[in-house]
Design a protein around this ligand. Sequence first.
Ligand SMILES: Nc1ncnc2c1ncn2[C@@H]1O[C@H](COP(=O)(O)OP(=O)(O)OP(=O)(O)O)[C@@H](O)[C@H]1O
Ligand SMILES: [Mg+2]
Length: 408
Amino acid sequence: MSVRILVVDDSVTTRKLVSAALSSEGYEVLEAKSGEEALQLVEESTPDLAILDVVMPGIDGYELCRRLRNNEATERIPIMMLTSLDELDEKLKAFEVGADDFLPKPFEPAELRAHVKVLLRRVLTSFVRSGDDVHGKIIAIHSLRGGIGSSTLAVNLAAALYQLWRMPVVLVDLSLWNGQAAVMLNLSIRNSWSDFVDIPAEQIDATMLDQVLLSHDSGLRVLAAPPTPEVAELLSADVVQKVLSLLTEQYAYVVVDLPHDFQDTTLSVLDKAQNILLPLAPELVSVRAAATCLNVYRQLGYSKDAVHLVLNWTFERRGVPRKDIERALKRNISLVFPFVKDELVSALTLGKPPVLYSPNSAITSLFEDVAYFLSKDEHKQNPPDVKTPSLLGVMERMEARRRKRVRV
Ligand SMILES: Nc1ncnc2c1ncn2[C@@H]1O[C@H](COP(=O)(O)OP(=O)(O)OP(=O)(O)O)[C@@H](O)[C@H]1O
Ligand SMILES: [Mg+2]
C-alpha cells in the first residue's frame, strides 16, 4: 500500500500541481478544496502526511492544522504548510499550531518531493525515539539451500510487519554475494553494505547508518547488499554486529535475509536473532540442508522455540509430503506457503512484492498472518486504538478461525 498524502488547497491549480508532483513518485494523493472537506476525508481514511494551504475561505490552514493535531488519528502525521506568505511571523504561527514544515509558493516539484521525503523519514525515526519500544526484534531468514524463497519471505515479511504496525521496520540484506532484496523492491542501490568497507566498527553511528539505508515509498527501510560481490570478503563480523545493534535501537523490527552459509557475518546475526525462520522446499536436498542447519543450531545452543521451519512450495506438485519431512527432521513445520507462481514472479520481474502491491490477495493475507504470528508480544497485547487495515484483516481472520473451531 502506498503512502497517502492529503492536499488541501482552495486553488484547483495548486492542487493539481502538488498532486502531479507527488503521484509521479507513486504517492497516493487525496485532494480537498477546503478545511471542511479535509476533515471529512480524514474521517474516512487517515493520511500519512498532510499538505495545507494557509489562506482558505472557512476553516483556514492554521485552524485545520490545529484540528488535525487534536484528532487522535492524525495527531502524529507530518504536516506541511504551503503558502505564498513568506513572512517570518507567518512561519512561526504555522509551527505554533503544530506544522512540521513550511514551503513557500511558487515551488519546484522536486523541492516539494524532497521536503515530503524528509518529513516522512523523520517521522519514522522519531516515532521510536519518543516511545519506549527501543529494542527491535531481529528475525533472521536462513537456509543452506538457495533458490527456495528466502528472499521472497524476507521482503514480504518485512513489508507486512510495517503494514501491520506502522512502526519502523528495516530489511537487511546480508546475502553479500548475490543479494536481491533491493531489486525485489525496485530500489536503485545508491547505498549498501559497501559503504561500510574500510570503516572501523566503532566509527559507525546512527547518522551514517541512516544515510546508507534506502527508503521505499511504503515506509520500509532497506540495507542493501553490495552491487558487486567482492565486498563480501571485506566486511567484518564486527561491522555487522555494530550495524545490527544500532538498528535494534531504532527499529521495532529488523528482518535479515541471510546468505546460505555459516560464515562469521552470518553467525553474528543468528546469535542475536530472537527468531530464525528456516525455509525448505518439499524436496530431499532441501530437507537434508534443513537437517544440517538444525544440527548446527543445536550445537550452537540456539533455543528450539526460536527456530521455525517454513515449508515453501516453490513447485506445483509431487513434493515430499509434510508428514514425512516432519518425521525426518523430528520437528514440526510451523508455517506452510503454497505454490503461488504468478504473484511472486511479479515481485521478481517488476519489483512489486504482493504484500505492498496486491493488498487483497490470498498470499498477502498469509504473509500478514505470519508477520502477526512473529510480532512482539507487547504489540499483540496492546494493539493501537486506531488499527491499520492490515491488522484489522488479521484480527478478522483470527476471529473467523476461532468461530469455525467452536462450531466444529
Ligand atoms: N511459494 C512459491 N511459489 C512459487 N514460486 C516461489 C515461491 N516461493 C518462491 N518462489 C520463487 O522461487 C524463486 C526463488 O525465490 P527467492 O529468490 O526468494 O529464493 P532465495 O532462496 O532467496 O534464492 P537465492 O538463493 O538466490 O538467494 C523465485 O523465482 C520466486 O518467485
Ligand atoms: Mg535470496
